[in-house]
Design a protein around this ligand. Structure first.
Ligand code: FMN
Length: 218
């Protein structure tokens, strides 16, 4: 009788043990299944994040703005606008610069007078453009005595750059872009100014295209 009772207890214990083992085995794949998507989700999140923090200029609505007295900067501005299929705006002086005006070797020339008065702001002809629909703004100018001409200062002081990414570019005979971008940036507020790029007066289109395609915005 006792033997039969012990046998029954043993077989019940064995059945409980088997139940345990079985349920433990059947839970294993479930844990793996829930862990896997979590890993994928993390990877996807970081991919999205990096796509959001680093974009190329092509992903943005872009505007190319430039001043050019003798056409060199205009050529570069057109190369940029063509590359990005961007809108373009030329800063045209109310009083156009003649070749006599541009003669820096003549002490009494217009450019010398303007250079000697850094606070002087030449007037711009026509309406200033509205920037609200653009994310990225290229701004180009010739280097005059290592800086942007005063008329470019007139422009940046009278247009709202808030929230824009601004990319300066310039042409020159030999000087670098120097601190001209920083000088303009100091006259604006609320914009993200990137490091600018200098091109030689007769730059090749391919050099401009290569630069534009290599710009990333963080
Ligand atoms: C008034 C004046 C000042 C200039 N100063 C410089 C200079 O400091 N460094 C330089 O390399 N080139 C200088 N240049 C040359 C111009 O930067 C260069 O020719 C430029 O490509 C002209 O651009 P644009 O044709 O768009 O006006 C100067 C030209 C002028 C008219």
């Amino acid at each position: 009788m006792i033997k039969k009772y012990v046998k029954r207890i043993c077989s019940s214990l064995f059945a409980i043990l088997m139940l345990f083992v079985f349920s433990a085995c059947s839970q294993q794949p479930k844990q793996q299944q829930t862990e896997q998507p979590q890993q994928n989700e993390t990877e996807t999140q970081s991919e999205v994040q990096s796509q959001q923090t680093v974009t190329t200029v092509q992903n943005n609505n872009t505007f190319v703005i430039y001043f050019s007295a003798t056409g060199n900067t205009e050529t570069v501005a057109n190369y940029i606008a063509d590359t990005l299929n961007a809108d373009i705006y030329q800063i045209i002086p109310e009083q156009q610069y003649t070749s006599e005006d541009l003669d820096w070797t003549e002490n009494s020339s217009r450019v010398n007078a303007e250079h000697n008065d850094p606070d002087f702001r030449p007037e711009i002809a026509g309406e200033l453009p509205e920037l609200s629909s653009y994310d990225t703004v290229f701004i180009g100018y010739p280097i005059w005595w290592g800086e942007a001409p005063n008329i470019v200062k007139t422009f940046v002081e009278n247009v709202d750059f808030t929230g824009k990414t601004v990319i300066p570019f310039c042409t020159s005979s030999s000087s670098g872009i120097g601190s001209s971008g920083e000088t303009l940036e100091a006259l604006t507020s609320g914009a993200n100014w990137l490091e600018g790029q200098r091109f030689s007066s007769g730059v090749d289109q391919s050099d401009v295209v290569e630069w534009v395609n290599g710009i990333t915005i963080e």
